[in-house]
Ligand binder design. Sequence first.
Ligand code: MN
Ligand code: MN
Length: 326
Amino acid sequence: MSSPIGPVDSSKVPRYSGQDGFARLPYRDKVDHADVVLAGVPYDTGVSYRSGARFGPNHIRQSSKLLRPYNPALDVSPFETFQVADAGDIAVNPFNINEAIEGVEEQAYALTENGTRLVTLGGDHTIALPLLRNAAKRHGPVALLHFDAHLDTWDTYFGAEYTHGTPFRRAFEEGIIDTEALCHVGTRGPLYGKKDLEDDRRFGFGILTSADIYRQGADEIAARLRDRIGDRPLYISVDIDVLDPAHAPGTGTPEAGGMTSRELLEILRGLRGLNLIGADVVEVAPAYDHAELTGIAASHVGYELVSLLALKHQKEQDMNRSEKEN
Ligand code: MN
Ligand code: MN
């Protein structure tokens, strides 16, 4: 197989120029095949408070221009390991939530043909439901790590079933997540009542709160998550509001007392070795951002997720090779 087409060479073309994809990667139509695609979903019709996450995907792309090809923390060069490309944006109906959800599911299915992994840039958290449906179609019910200030397992808002606060309750009801291996990470802030937590526990979720992360540290948290997930197919959903508003002001429903971007990146790196099959980064609302803080945090989360997929790919290649030799 020919070697992957990598990012634009920033020693020849300055980082601040051009219209290249995430991390200056090529767009999908410029490569023959892709092992991983990043795709935007410019959609925010499901939000309950500040709108604006529809502008998230392009903001994350713009904020990703400084990402460099080698990840020293994981000792991997993700864009040399396999072909990564930016698939552009999934076009969805901004006026009809049901149609938007169907559209994301259909297009996610098309993007993940032939084993291509999808890392989605949101968009509000509503889109996690169709992305989990697609993941389950490909792998059966998936383990889920959900990084978020909020549970997102509420029932309805104003009678609406499909919103950014309800995707994981719907996913539980639809049987598309593996109830043995679900965990919220970074949860904090006031709830409507104790019943929110009781319902959530009934769906099978564990909770590692923002305070747990502060008290136990990133390594311990990652170890506990690895134990819970084992080798199950794993989907990771990162709501950028899991970060403290000091680290991610540009989001729709900010809550004080969140983790730092360093803690989030360290926990993600601590998940190496798990069977990651797909991921999303959502709820970046650039109108509330300052100096690209939120966009930069989201772009680094995307980079770590692609790096985890690259490590998994390397491991699979090594196993194939040693099987052939034996
Ligand atoms: Mn949230
Ligand atoms: Mn959320």
